[in-house]
Structures are given as C-alpha cells and as structure tokens.
Design a protein around this ligand. Structure first.
Ligand code: SF4
Length: 211
C-alpha cells in the first residue's frame, strides 16, 4: 500500500484496535507481511494442533505454508473444533470493534464461535470498515464477487461484480442474496463482545490482503 495512504489510515486503525480490545479481543497492528508472519510464528508454536478457515490472506502471508510444514495442521473441518489454534481472516472489521463473517458451509464461522482454544484473525488494512452496514456492502460488492470468480461459482456476483441484492436491507440485515447452488453467503455472523476475554486475537496488517 502507498505510504501516504497507509499513514492516513493510522487514526482509523487505532480506533479499530481500541474498540476490539474493549470487546475482549487482543488487537495488534503490524506494518507488513513479514511482521505478520513473524508474529504468527511467535503466537503459534511449532508442533501445535492447528486448523484454518479457507483464506486467501493466510496464503498470501505464507502462514499456510508455515502451518502445514511446522505445526500439526488438520484439514478436516470437524477436527477444527479441538484445535489449540484456529487461524482465519475476516470479511470485514468495523471501527466499532466487530468482526463480520459470511460463510457458505459455516465451518469457518462455527469454529470461530466455539471450540478452538485460541482464534487468530489476520486481516489486511483493506478489510477495515466504519460500521456493519459498510461491512455488508463490502461483502456484497468486493469479497463475495472476487471469491466466486476465484472458485468458479456460477453466481450473479461473479458475472456483474455485485450481489443480486447489493444493498444493506433494513428488513433482512443484508442477508438477501441469490438463489443459486453456488451461493457462498449462507451464514452471517457478527463477533462483538467476547465472554472469553483474549480467546480471539486480531492482527491488522498494513497492506492490502485477500478479498
Ligand atoms: S448471495 Fe449470491 S450473488 Fe449475492 S454476493 Fe453471495 S454469492 Fe454473490
């Protein structure tokens, strides 16, 4: 990311980190990809029982390579519930300290909600949004279309670049979408105040990562 743009974002980053901490999550900012990988390696020891949710961000950072080669990484969705560390990204992180996640099979959101001892969420600075309304729009106009193209799913957003229902819908809280078999927006979860303080750690990386 351009240095001036990154500097200008620092106020929003701080606001977001403070809000995440108030919601019982650990929140850390790192400058770049290298720092992100170093931090993850320090948090997740070699040999640890790990699992992951599907994430372009984790691949881009080299985290998947580390987990597969140096830790006891489990691929099966059900194994994730007993993991010591579950690693994942976010579809959006709000300045109110919320994580917004939209999932197709819901393996990712379910493991984030309950099961693994620790959850580590790694998100590029491009995932920051002011509020939940913006988070919904972000998924419908950026994250989901790009992921549907990546996965070769025949959905409306893969063709037009936006959801069949692209706006925040007051009556459905953004949960209206397409009726195709390839729909990847099925479970909609907001992570707000955490009862288990410190179970979730959010790492914001000062670079554009993932969708
Ligand atoms: S509901 Fe369907 S069209 Fe809308 S973003 Fe999700 S996959 Fe795309």
């Amino acid at each position: 990311m351009d240095a001036n743009k990154k500097k200008a974002m620092q106020g929003r980053v701080k606001k977001t980190l403070d809000a995440l901490e108030r919601n019982g999550m650990n929140a850390v900012y790192v400058n770049d990809k290298e720092e992100a990988l170093t931090l993850v390696k320090s948090l997740v020891p070699e040999g640890a029982y790990t699992a992951t949710g599907g994430s372009v961000t984790l691949n881009e950072l080299g985290i998947m390579d580390y987990l597969r080669s140096e830790t006891g990484w489990h691929k099966e969705y059900r194994d994730a519930y007993n993991a010591s560390f579950y690693l994942v990204s976010a579809n959006a992180v709000t300045e109110h300290g919320e994580l917004y996640e939209v999932d197709g099979t819901s393996n990712r959101v379910s493991a984030m909600l309950y099961g693994p001892e620790k959850v580590i969420v790694v998100a590029g600075i491009n995932k920051l949004v002011p509020d939940l309304r913006s988070a919904v729009v972000r998924v419908k106009t950026e994250a989901a279309p790009a992921n549907c193209v990546r996965l070769s799913y025949d959905t409306p957003c893969a063709k037009t670049g936006e959801c069949a229902s692209p706006c925040f819908d007051e009556n459905h809280l953004g949960a209206v979408g397409c009726q195709t078999d390839g729909r990847i927006c099925c479970g909609y979860v907001v992570f707000a105040k955490q009862k288990q303080k410190g179970r979730i750690t959010v790492i914001i990386v000062g670079e554009e990562l993932g969708y």
